[in-house]
Design a protein around this ligand. Sequence first.
Ligand code: PFF
Length: 466
Amino acid sequence: MEKGRAQWGSKIGFILAAAGSAVGLGNIWKFPGRAYEGGGGCFLLIYLIIVIFLGAPMMLTELSVGRASQANIVGVFHNLGRKNFAWVGWVGILGAFIITCYYAHVGGWVLRYVAGYATQSSAIYSDSLGYFYNMLGLHSDGTTSIPWTAILFAALFMALNAIIIIRGVEGGIERFNKIGMPALFILLLILLVRSVTLDGAEKGLEYMISLDWSKVNFSTFLAALGQAFYSLSIGMAIMITYGSYLPRDENIPGNTALICAMDTLVAFLAGFIIVPAVFATLGENEIGKGGGFAFVSLANVFHQMPGGTFFGVLFYLLLLFAALTSCMSLIESIVAFLTEHYAWKRTPTTIIVCIIMFLIGCLYTCTQAAVPLKGIWFDATNGVTFPPFCDFMEYLTDRIMIPVCALGVAIFVGWVWKPENAITEVEQCGVRFRLAKVYSILIKYVAPVAILTILIMSIAAGITLS
Ligand code: PFF
């Protein structure tokens, strides 16, 4: 199995690919809304502490387990002699599968908006909600139809991913990220300058750096923790797969720090772009998160902004790169598992898996607003807020599967495989791991307790949590 295993072609290639996985829709459309709800500066502070003390050790753990075992996320436990932990990998694979089903469709909508802004911005501006609904098959006269446009763009988005994955780790994923990630940073910086120079943006900026602790409660911590894991792509064992392609002489702690820093930087920048822009144009109460916000409210922001159409195209391009590089990491971990575990061939496996995930995802797109699947699961004709099926997919992955998989990995490394082995793996590059003691405590005690808490709270809070 080890013979001929793919490897990253260069250090920078790996860092950009891992950061590309981490930087995704979560950073750009969820983080700003969460930061706003969590009291701006306070949330940023809490988030930062969580990334440093939980996110980074978890990422380091996943990368080192992956490199030590040189296997996919189920094979890891076989190779390290603990078959009874293989369920952790299965949870990860299943989670990645479910996330990809909807993630790729949202990616398709983003692609549609890139094209829409470039060619039909006046239609978006004159009725942003109508435009969004129309894409999803719900028309202004109340009739519904199958949302072919959204489906077509989702198919395109998925095809793009499949092409990149088929080209392999170095020739496909690494190559794309080497272009996509720098482009993403440039777009972010341009949008940042635009946003903070808008009239009235100061209030939003002030909000983002103010420390208003009155908005902070226990659920702020949970939201920050869940957001951090999702954002860093932890708990789907993606970093195990990406770590398994890492050469032995790579410094894992250094790489972990860089990836976490890049992901957090992008999330913060997105916060400093979106919050001031919404304050300056629509007013602070309009800040939200998720699809309705990214596709409808932001259209009004761009409409009211000088040069809005141009910046609109740039913004959706930014989202597109972010979504693509994350989606391909999810697909890669599934394909790596299938090709190694069942000795299937890469190209047909990728094509078949992508088609299946695309088809399941059609349910997601169809049930947003249009084709009501009444009687099967629910009545899905209720507006921009995501209907139950979609909520359920997100709830299952974000709130249950990610914490369960992360908990499994933390317990496995903390108590079964032992932190000493992770530390030995980390030191393979010849550099002593100076934070080894702190790391051991974090992975043995702090991570399991914190993850178990979010898991219990998520289950207790049920499906109503957004
Ligand atoms: N980290 C990505 C984001 O912030 O959008 C999403 C994601 C990718 C989550 C890969 C989980 C994952 F395994």
